[in-house]
Structure formats: C-alpha cells, structure tokens
Design a protein around this ligand. Structure first.
Ligand SMILES: CC(C)(COP(=O)(O)OP(=O)(O)OC[C@H]1O[C@@H](n2cnc3c(N)ncnc32)[C@H](O)[C@@H]1OP(=O)(O)O)[C@@H](O)C(=O)NCCC(=O)NCCS
Length: 127
C-alpha cells in the first residue's frame, strides 16, 4: 500500500485510504454514497493530519464474467465526488473470486485533494 506513493509528492502518513464503500442494491443511486462520502471527508479533515483521500479500483474489462449485470462503473461515482485517477499509480491485491480461485488483481489508485473546500451535505452536485 505504501510503495506506490513513493513516486508521488504525498507522504503515506498524510494519505487516508478508504478500502470499500458498498451498499446493497436497493440502496444504490439514491444519493446515499455522496452523503456518506461527504460525512467521511468532514471527519477525515477534522483529524487534522491528512492531505489527501485515496481509494483503489480493480482494473478489469467491463464485460468481465465476474462483473454482475447491474454493475455501474465506479469511475462515474468517483468522477462525481471529486476523485482523480492517479495514472501509473497502482498496486496488487489477491482475493478469491466467485469462481472459487484466488486471482491477483491490478488496483488503480484514485485521489481526492483535501486542500479544496469540503462539499456541504445539502449542496447540489458540482458538475
Ligand atoms: C458505488 C456506491 C457506493 C455509490 O453509492 P450510491 O449511493 O449508489 O451513489 P450516489 O447515489 O450518491 O451517486 C453519486 C454519483 O455517482 C454516480 N453513481 C450512482 N450510482 C452509481 C453506481 N451504482 N456505481 C457507480 N456510480 C454511480 C452517479 O453519477 C451519481 O452522480 P449524480 O448524483 O450526479 O447523478 C454504490 O453504488 C455501491 O455500493 N456500488 C457497488 C459497490 C462498489 O462498486 N463499490 C465501490 C468499490 S470500493
């Protein structure tokens, strides 16, 4: 987790990593993800030592058999909530897939710069 950031201006001590955001299907696309992330961002800022928030997304084709048919690319959500893709900054995670085998995955990092003002919970989307 730390090594990919050695080539960036960000010290790992100032990087807050979000491992997962996951809602059950009926709760998706109702604005809850944006609200949760705004609350988390506010808390992370209050801790005082973090300059950026990062998360990582798995790199695989849209038609990959492990993607569910209802999948919406997570890039949409990250774009809408102010994250930018850190091209070339990746790592590898291994986990068991629904086929029962362990696979090694390339994970692409995304970043949100906390030097920008915090969005307000009741404010409309910015783009
Ligand atoms: C990704 C996830 C947490 C987003 O939460 P959400 O409550 O569905 O998102 P919101 O309703 O707040 O939508 C915010 C924006 O993201 C986009 N979006 C909406 N649903 C989305 C979805 N299911 N996947 C990706 N992007 C989505 C929309 O463009 C929306 O922007 P808009 O309001 O300007 O139209 C949720 O959809 C989810 O659990 N998805 C499956 C799990 C997943 O992929 N997790 C991420 C891996 S870490």
């Amino acid at each position: 987790m730390r090594d990919p950031f050695k080539s960036t201006p960000y010290s790992p001590e100032n990087v807050y990593y979000i491992g997962e955001l996951l809602f059950r299907l009926p709760y998706r696309s109702r604005g809850l993800g944006r609200r949760l992330l705004t609350s988390m961002e506010s808390h992370i800022r209050s801790l005082g030592s973090f300059h950026v928030i990062v998360c990582a997304t798995v790199e695989r084709p849209l038609d990959h058999p492990c993607r569910r048919h209802e999948y919406i690319p997570i890039n949409n959500f990250l774009d809408r909530t102010g994250f930018v893709r850190l091209d070339g900054i990746t790592t590898h995670f291994t986990w068991m897939e629904i086929d029962g085998a362990r696979h090694n995955h390339t994970m692409q990092f995304w970043m949100k710069d906390l030097s920008q003002p915090c969005p307000q919970l009741n404010s409309p989307p910015q783009n």
